[in-house]
Design a protein around this ligand. Structure first.
Ligand code: AMP
Ligand code: ZN
Length: 134
């Protein structure tokens, strides 16, 4: 693949391709890592977090490999809105609408993002009110 395919200098483009090839979420999306999808449409998938931080911990992941919110373009406005609406729908399916939930987005390594592929965390299902103060 020619480095100019994605625009910008070849070195940058090559790094981008390598990131996509190594990306754990891209592998899940392509079916290379077997994962049960709770939700799937043309643009978004959702699956349970492998290391849950709450009784319900689901990841909502756009299929497109975008590293982090910092590099999202204005063209992705509807994708971001769509992801939040998917979170809302999944929360209804998980019956955590009434008890409440968090939708979190770690933006960059400095904020604790470890997988460099944009994703929202849906967290909930605590038994007591204020069960999660994070
Ligand atoms: P973040 O810190 O925002 O990048 O969150 C990445 C999340 O992905 C973490 O909560 C991990 O537990 C989760 N994770 C990593 N690999 C997998 C996997 N193969 N399947 C499900 N969740 C994963
Ligand atoms: Zn990816």
């Amino acid at each position: 693949i020619k480095g100019t395919l994605f625009g910008g200098p070849p070195a940058r483009a090559t790094r981008f391709i390598l990131n996509m090839e190594n990306c754990v979420f891209c592998k899940i999306i392509k079916g290379e890592i077997p994962t049960e999808f709770l939700y799937q449409d043309e643009d978004i998938v959702a699956f349970r977090d492998i290391n849950p931080s709450a009784p319900v911990h689901i990841l909502i992941v756009p299929k497109k490999h975008i590293e982090k919110l910092q590099v999202v373009s204005d063209n992705e406005k509807s994708l971001l809105g769509q992801a939040l609406l998917v979170a809302k729908k999944i929360a209804e399916g998980e019956k955590i609408t009434q008890s409440g939930y968090k939708v979190c987005l770690n933006c960059g390594e400095g904020a604790g993002q470890i997988v460099p592929h944009l994703h929202f965390h849906l967290l909930g299902g605590w038994k007591e009110e204020g069960g999660c103060l994070c």
